[in-house]
Write a protein that binds this ligand. Sequence first.
Ligand code: DX5
Length: 219
Amino acid sequence: MIVIEPSILSADMTCLGEQVRQVQAAGGTVIQVDVMDGQFVPNLSFGPGVVRALRPLADMQLDVHLMIVQPERFLEQFVQAGADRLIVHQETCPQLGNTLQRIRALGVEAGVSLNPDTPAETLTEVLELADLIQVMTVQPGFGGQAFLSDQLPKIRQLRTMLEQRGLTIPIAVDGGIDIHTTPLAVAAGASVLVAGSSVFNKKGSIEENFAALRASVGR
Ligand code: DX5
């Protein structure tokens, strides 16, 4: 099952709630909230308040992508705000296994994301503790960047690592996902496609953009 997961960084902030409703109306089942601290990534974005505001608006899964240093400081706040899955970065968690276990202990799913320069091998010891692996196909921080196709082998490598362990957790790809790159990511083994500017843009409606992405994976 291929999942298109709009990330709200590129949404129209003047009507964010309506845009999220449109995602659900278009068939969306999950959205990703890009949390940025201006330190791990060169941009500032949202806090728990945005998750709290969105929670009652849509019967969708809320993934929170924590592009922040020391994410352990905010796990409880985002869960209390309504997050269904917390995705931390391998690069910001010196005790990644413990962090993933803490997230699960809070009753939500635990995801781990890898920046383009971070090898798949860094997850060897924690694969069983994760519910999702997210491969960044841009340097995180801003929407609208070009897809880094040199990350495709990493996706294939992670899929192989999971299969060798008998694990079926999904691999997400985040960054530069559009109708042209989606098939490449799926062919490499991804099943969750995080898309920002290809969903939220002036070229088409959310419904049109979402439908085009779904059509691009043929399912
Ligand atoms: C890092 C964010 C991405 C971003 C994707 O920049 O984590 O989710 O919003 O935006 P696009 O799809 O425009 O590359």
